[in-house]
Design a protein around this ligand. Structure first.
Ligand code: IMP
Length: 191
């Protein structure tokens, strides 16, 4: 089965390709000739996933799924959340986002946080949503060089290494995205 994944983010495509069974062929936006930066104007993670999947289905007519993710910090009432990519402003900059978050949390003892992914799947005229969450905490300085985003300062519950110190394979077993993708795959298997 062929499914469009509404993304051109190479890190994510790599992660997802490791997770899906071979009978599901993932097609990127580039593969369908879509070179638009699909607007992510919703004010929730869920809303942005819905917008992105709808863009592909409406303009290209393919079955498609889109994901949207963010880091939710407990003591910041879930911020940066849907605004994770641009927490420190435009243009998006992972290093500045981390610096800002570490500064905001400097005196904070409750450092609990979670990554969340919502996947929106449009298939057979229906919309389905899947949620993946991983709990953990924000440490006080960066460690590791793998991954992207907030990986160098996030340690998952039960782990000592940051996401940036795990290999891509290790992270892709436990990540929020992996958890949402697993639900997507289970759903597709039942189809
Ligand atoms: P996206 O919706 O997957 O593009 O994620 C939005 C933003 O959330 C990213 O630009 C990162 O700042 C953050 N984020 C999402 N997933 C991850 C992850 O797996 N590791 C680190 N940061 C992430």
């Amino acid at each position: 089965m062929q499914l469009v994944f509404a993304s051109n983010n190479k890190n994510k495509i790599k992660e997802i390709q490791q997770l899906v069974p071979s009978e599901i062929q993932i097609v990127s936006l580039e593969d369908i000739g879509c070179n638009v930066d699909i607007p992510e104007t919703a004010d929730t993670i869920e809303g942005n996933a819905i917008l992105k999947a709808a863009y592909v289905t409406q303009n290209y007519g393919y079955p498609c799924f889109a994901d949207d993710s963010g880091l939710e910090v407990d003591c910041l009432n879930g911020a940066p959340g849907v605004y994770s990519a641009r927490y420190a402003g435009e243009p998006k900059d992972d290093t500045k986002n981390i610096e800002k978050l570490l500064a905001v949390l400097k005196e904070e003892s409750n450092r609990k946080a979670n990554f969340k992914t919502i996947i929106c799947l449009n298939i057979n005229g229906e919309q389905h949503l899947f949620t993946g969450i991983i709990n953990g905490e924000i440490i006080s300085e960066k460690r590791g060089t793998n991954g992207f985003g907030y990986d160098p300062i996030f340690v998952a519950e039960g782990y000592n290494k940051t996401f940036a110190e795990l290999s891509i394979e290790e992270k892709s077993h436990i990540s929020h995205r992996a958890r949402a993708v697993k639900q997507l795959i289970e759903f597709l298997k039942l189809k």
